[in-house]
Design a protein around this ligand. Structure first.
Ligand code: NAD
Ligand code: IPM
Ligand code: MN
Length: 350
């Protein structure tokens, strides 16, 4: 019993549409005696274009006071001359991940019964990517010199700290130890990115000594992408840096039934700030506002949110409803975004 204070940031494009469906399902799945107290934040392209504000400090402070955050997607219309590239991605999404210390970007991938993989014979695919969420090439380190001249130089420096790498590796080992197969694969590019690679490799080996029960493996990012298409069932838990993890998880989504099913949690395992749950996909300007988006990824993200807050049964109820809905989907029969949300909510209600 109690109240869950939920900050809701629908954001841009299909983020608006899919978040509505996730909230619909969350309402009916809420555990007995638990009430959601929602605060809606109109952050995103529209607000920026109207006011120049991306994420005011006062709003960030307010968001901090919530138990969890549900986010749709951010990203305005492509090539909008009034919207500098990365303004929202960096200023809103990454700022939230960094400020709230979401160092574990958790992205589970599973071929649910009823989902269709484009792979002919994928096997039993059920892995989770633990993507580092606060460092790597995402920090904004670097710069551009002599812009617009033939001598222009642009750098994006990947930042990897022992503190940051160790804590995400520790989290990944702990997660692997709790899963039946107990296997952890480090994915990196230690043969070329030798500075960061050595740090990741050394800390991975060190923490491994504390987990003799966990089988470890290493793959270079390029080869890992071969195996993700030829034998994805081999993966259990993958730990990797911020940029590799971004790329891996779009492919992982594609092979497990599509980007419309891929959920994620930006987790602060130390619980010093609220964690944030969002679909892996973006604002999809190509289909925005047409009720064509699949809200399943957002709905499964709401399930991850409940699980994070300790409501494992309610979370499982949503997952079961999604699995049932997937099994009932007719190939070629497109449903509207709200119809999918209604159908899943109805299965939750039973
Ligand atoms: P995208 O994920 O928005 O879209 C890629 C393709 O997948 C599009 O064809 C889109 O229609 C389709 N798609 C995505 N989600 C879908 C869904 N739920 N159902 C059905 N089809 C779906 O990626 P993009 O086009 O590279 O990026 C668009 C914008 O979103 C950019 O501004 C980008 O920066 C931003 N973005 C934001 C997030 C986020 O908020 N977490 C994630 C990725 C991209
Ligand atoms: C994601 C997105 C973001 C990322 C962008 C929009 C900053 O692609 O959540 O996967 O790269 O992390
Ligand atoms: Mn991405």
């Amino acid at each position: 019993t109690g109240t869950i204070k939920l900050a809701v940031i629908p954001g841009d494009g299909i983020g608006q549409e899919v978040t509505g469906e996730a909230l619909k399902v969350l309402e009916v799945a809420s555990p007995a005696g638990v009430k959601f107290e929602q605060t809606r934040y109109d952050l995103g392209a529209e607000r920026y274009l109207a006011t120049g504000e991306v994420l005011p400090d006062s709003v960030l402070s307010e968001i901090r006071e919530h138990d969890a955050i549900l986010l749709g997607a951010v990203g305005g219309k492509p090539n909008d001359p009034n919207l500098p590239p990365g303004m929202l991605e960096r200023g809103l999404l990454l700022r939230l991940r960094f400020e709230l210390d979401h160092y574990v970007n958790l992205r589970p991938s599973r071929i649910f019964p009823g989902a269709t993989s484009p792979l002919a014979d994928p096997g039993e695919v059920d892995f989770v990517v633990v993507r580092e969420g606060t460092e790597g090439p995402y920090t904004g380190n670097g710069g551009a010199l002599r812009v617009g001249t033939p001598a222009e130089v642009a750098t994006e420096v990947s930042v990897n700290t022992a503190f940051g790498v160790e804590r995400v590796i520790r989290d990944a080992f702990a997660r692997a130890a709790r899963r039946p197969r107990k296997k952890l694969t480090l994915v990196h590019k230690t043969n070329v990115l030798t500075n960061a690679g050595s740090l990741w490799w050394r800390l991975f080996q060190e923490v491994a000594t504390e987990h003799p029960d966990v089988t470890t493996d290493y793959m270079h990012i390029d080869a890992a992408m071969i195996f993700m298409t030829t034998d994805p069932a081999r993966f259990d838990v993958i730990v990797t840096d911020n940029l590799f993890g971004d790329i891996i998880t779009d492919l992982a989504a594609a092979i497990t039934g599509g980007i419309g099913l891929a959920a994620s949690g930006n987790v602060n395992p130390d619980r010093t700030a609220p964690s944030m749950f969002e679909p892996v996909h973006g604002s999809a300007p190509d289909i925005a506002g047409q009720q064509k988006a699949d809200p399943t990824a957002a709905i499964l993200s709401a399930s991850l949110l409940l699980d994070h807050l300790g409501y494992a049964d309610a979370a499982a109820t949503i997952e079961t409803a999604v699995i049932e809905d997937l099994a009932a989907r007719q190939p070629g029969a497109a449903r509207r975004t709200s119809e999918v949300g209604d159908a899943i909510a109805a299965r939750v209600t039973g």
